[in-house]
Design a protein around this ligand. Structure first.
Ligand SMILES: C[C@H](N)C(=O)N[C@@H](CCCCN)C(=O)O
Length: 471
């Protein structure tokens, strides 16, 4: 009788973790690109005339096609039908196209006497043509990065199920957070290398995206080998091939109460994070009277904190569980941070004020470790793995709606709460309190959903509070 070998590449920890590092690097460079302009809001306003409202609309454009053209919905189906290699490479190409358009839009090559410029200048004139085209590019890029995000999640489940899955997801997110921290340092640096210019950092991040494409390409070679090992093993064990995704699975997802609660928690929680990230540098400049570089560096402790803690909390979840509890605590902490920035009487140049600001940013970093470390590994507990890609994509879709809406809301709140005459009276310093109260309210609602999720888990035993690693 033939001896059946149960060993595949995923049983080798070196290969498993190498696969993770390769896909995580793709996300590292992608996350750098997402936030390359975030520390430069003030420079964009001074150089390009992008008001907070224009900037907010531009920031939200990243999610526009995902939400309104349902791109993420199709991305999930493509992922479940076409697999990880095809979807991952496609997502990288889409990111590169979108990034290229955004770079062109803000460059000097795109200016008056260009037919496209004139066309974009012929309507909604308060929204500069460069911002319009940059938004188009960012929206295309957004399709790519979100598609890459669900692909990477499915990749991790593929290699780490029954192993260190939460740790792996935590590490992947930690590497992405490092990308954000790095860009909050290098973006103002490149922008101020010589005459201040927003184009330089964007060009650098476009080049880095190409490296991300290459690392994913190398990963596809490993993925192909693993698939062939898996199919040989299934034949040897005489297993039925897995059924693929069916349209009826969507109905199952959308009527799965606990999955929907998780998706709503996700949208509210992330609405208080990523949109805040777009305004944080400017908020710190205005609330504490800091320079762009100092504000940006202060804020970078948020992704750094999240980067350190997310893998540790992922490890904790693998070993001890308590996922639903982590979601609740994370939501409370996001509320605490945003309330601090909303109501604390910060004084320019005061060391106590700086201490409070640093503490609030660290608290936000802790929160942003607790929730992502627990949220993403909880999805495989709630749905069947044949439509896991779609399950991730629908959560992303709902979340993207919030990520699209909130920068616009915050931009409008900022403009309305700072009318021109008040702004002049305040020497151009923006009042951020109403905007921060909007962010804080998201934390409260997310916390309520976390409590509901925990109660449902207790009633039906989804295993959200259980460890992932089965000993
Ligand atoms: C914005 C994006 N849709 C998102 O939710 N990103 C998550 C990570 C999702 C899991 C990736 N494997 C984040 O916390 O950055």
């Amino acid at each position: 009788m033939n001896k059946i070998s149960h060993e595949t590449m995923r049983e080798s920890s070196v290969l498993r973790w190498s696969a993770l590092i390769l896909v995580a690097l793709t996300m590292f460079f992608a996350y750098m690109f997402v936030d390359v302009l975030s520390p430069l809001q003030t420079l964009l306003e001074q150089q390009k005339g992008w008001t907070p409202e224009v900037y907010g609309t531009f920031a939200s454009s990243e999610y526009f096609l995902n939400v309104f053209v349902f791109f993420l919905f199709f991305a999930g189906i493509i992922l479940d039908k076409m697999g990880i290699r095809f979807t991952g490479l496609l997502s990288c190409i889409i990111m590169l196209i979108g990034a290229g358009i955004k770079l062109y839009a803000i460059s000097d090559w795109f200016g008056a006497d260009n037919a496209l410029y004139d066309l974009l200048n012929s309507f909604a004139v308060s929204f500069p043509p460069a911002a319009k085209l940059a938004s188009v590019g960012f929206a295309i890029f957004g399709c790519g990065i979100e598609m890459a995000g669900i692909t990477v999640s499915k990749t991790i489940v593929k290699w780490f199920t029954g192993k260190e899955m939460a740790l792996a997801m935590g590490l992947e997110m930690a590497i992405a957070r490092l990308g954000v921290a790095v860009v909050f340092w290098i973006s103002p640096y490149f922008a101020n290398l010589g005459t201040p210019d927003v184009v330089r950092p964007v060009a650098v991040c476009c080049l880095l995206l190409c490296i991300g494409f290459l690392t994913f390409f190398v990963y596809t070679l490993m993925d192909k080998k693993l698939d062939s090992q898996d199919s040989t093993l299934s034949k040897e064990l005489d297993e039925e091939p897995e059924e693929g995704f069916k349209m009826s699975d969507l109905g199952k997802l959308l009527t799965n109460k606990v999955y929907i609660i998780t998706a709503l928690l996700c949208v509210l929680y992330y609405a208080a994070i990523f949109p805040f990230q777009k305004f944080a540098t400017s908020m710190l400049e205005n609330r504490l009277g800091l320079s762009t570089t100092d504000a940006s560096q202060l804020f970078s402790w948020f992704p750094i904190g999240a980067m350190i803690l997310t893998p540790l909390l992922g490890w904790f979840l693998d070993k001890k569980g308590k996922g639903a509890t982590m979601l609740i605590f994370g939501s409370i902490l996001v509320f605490v941070c945003h309330m601090t920035f909303a109501i604390y009487p910060f004084v320019e140049g005061d060391s106590n004020s700086l201490l409070v600001a640093y503490s609030a940013i660290i608290v936000l970093g802790v929160s942003f470790s607790l929730v992502p470390a627990a949220l993403w590994p909880s999805i495989p507990h709630l749905v069947d793995k044949t439509y896991l890609g779609s399950a991730y994509s629908i959560v992303f879709l709902i979340q993207n709606f919030g990520l699209w809406l909130f920068p616009i809301i915050i931009g409008v709140v900022l403009d309305k709460s700072n009318p021109a005459e008040v702004l002049i009276a305040n020497n151009g310093v923006y009042n951020y309190t109403p905007a921060m109260l909007v962010f804080a309210s998201c934390g409260i609602f997310a916390c309520i959903l976390g409590l509901w999720l925990k109660a449902e888990d207790k009633k039906h035993g989804y295993g959200l509070e259980e460890p992932n690693v089965k000993s």
